[in-house]
Design a protein around this ligand. Structure first.
Ligand SMILES: Cc1ncc(COP(=O)(O)O)c(C=O)c1O
Length: 401
């Protein structure tokens, strides 16, 4: 293994980068600078859903790059309009704002909620309510929405107007979703904290309370959306419709883009001058996202994700049964799965040992292995990956005696 990226003297050392330099991606595999191939169960952290370097996405990017890369949001351009239409048609949500990342999409959602209340003359309604264990990004607003001290420590003073409620606690939500709440922002499936799904009952209660008490219900689908649960939008799988949805990660299959989709009810809240970004919804990422949407429909990706997700979960269940001292029962659905690691083992042990066995894994939350491969992964590739994982487990046991 080489150490080029992690040891680079001029890169800010704000990431705990693995000593691995990746130079190429092909479908569900990446190749390092030594020519070694890795089966990739990370996919850019739930980003490259159609795999690395998909020829159709590459062609769409190249064509758009040769046509128009940027013209600012002072003017119209076709790719943003077409993508907004494609997302609106598929979601039933009326309007779309584009930005460049997940954190920015959540910042836009926070501003939408506050301005919506303001325009309704509801000026005391400022609070953004979020859940314990959530992750919404690292810009100051999104960081404050992220109800996890691990990410917030040392960044005081955080912006005001945020409150937290205990995830999946029905009684807590009844008490906390009060008349000052502008929006309840929730991940239908928490990703960074280790793959924890909100219960159907909890989301239904959230919908009812938001309606009764005048708040917006906003789903952060940045990680669990875009097909990861086996439907384009997570809200289709969980069966509860939010007023707004944030997307990013997989939307353009690897190019930076974020989006805030909103229903008719709040579509008029943000007006010219209220919000914006230079790069948001630039032609190239929009063209990539359009190609992604077209392609996923053609190959019936949702059915594939449901099938392969069930298969991967069975395989993980079988691994947990073989090694009950190492793992608990897997959590999650579709191709967003978490395998809890039991002490004294650490998820990071499996990640680092995986490199020597051609396997890219990822640790999330307290001690969970997170599986978010490309959505096009086949059962055969999953079987190969799981065989490698068994080898990794044996190698760790051998090394620790
Ligand atoms: C649910 C969720 N929201 C927001 C974000 C932040 O997205 P970004 O890293 O693009 O700012 C992430 C990133 O992991 C996420 O998983």
């Amino acid at each position: 293994m080489t150490t080029t990226a992690s040891a680079h003297p001029h890169l800010l050392q704000n990431y705990a980068r693995a000593p691995l330099t990746i130079v190429r991606g092909e479908g569900c595999e990446v190749i390092d600078d030594q020519g070694r191939r890795y089966l990739d169960f990370v996919a850019g952290i739930a980003v490259c859903s159609l795999g690395h370097a998909h020829p159709r996405i590459t062609a769409a990017i190249a064509e758009q790059a040769a046509t128009l890369v940027q013209c600012s949001n002072l003017y119209n351009h076709e790719p943003a309009g077409q993508l907004a239409t494609a997302l609106a048609e598929r979601s039933g949500l009326a309007r779309v704002f584009f930005c460049n990342s997940g954190a920015e999409a959540n910042e836009a959602a926070i501003k939408l909620a506050r301005k919506f209340a303001f325009r309704n003359g509801d000026t005391q309604r400022r609070t953004i309510l979020t859940c314990s264990g959530s992750f919404h990004g690292r810009t100051m607003g999104a960081l404050t929405a992220t109800a996890n001290p691990k990410y917030q420590e040392g960044f005081d003073p955080l912006p005001g107007g945020f409150r937290y409620t205990s995830f999946n606690d029905l009684t807590g939500l009844e008490a906390d979703l009060t008349s000052d709440v502008a929006a309840f922002l929730i991940e239908p499936v928490q990703g960074e904290s280790g793959i924890f799904a909100a219960s159907r009952e909890y989301l239904e209660l959230a919908r009812r309370l938001c309606d009764e008490r005048g708040a917006l219900l906003i789903f952060d689908e940045i990680q669990c959306g875009m097909g990861r649960l086996g439907s384009l939008f997570a809200f289709e799988t969980v069966g509860v419709r939010p007023d707004a949805v944030t997307l990013a990660k997989a939307l353009a299959n690897g190019l930076p883009i974020g989006a805030l989709l909103m229903n008719e009810r709040c579509a008029d809240a943000l007006r010219p001058g209220d919000h914006g970004t230079t790069f948001g919804g630039s032609p190239v990422p929009c063209a990539a996202a359009l190609a992604h949407l077209e392609l996923r429909d053609e190959i019936d990706l949702d059915a594939h994700v449901r099938r392969t997700g069930d298969f991967l979960k069975q395989e993980l269940t079988s691994i947990a049964a073989t090694y009950p001292t190492h793992f608990g029962a897997p959590r999650g659905q579709g191709l967003m799965l978490g395998l809890p690691v039991a002490a004294p083992y650490l998820a990071s042990d499996f990640v680092s040992t995986g490199f020597a066995h051609g396997l890219l894994l990822n640790a999330a939350g307290a001690n969970t292995l997170r599986f978010v491969p490309a959505l096009i992964i086949t059962e055969e590739q999953i079987s190969i990956g799981m065989a490698r994982l068994r080898t990794v487990i044996e190698a760790i046991d051998k090394a620790t005696g």
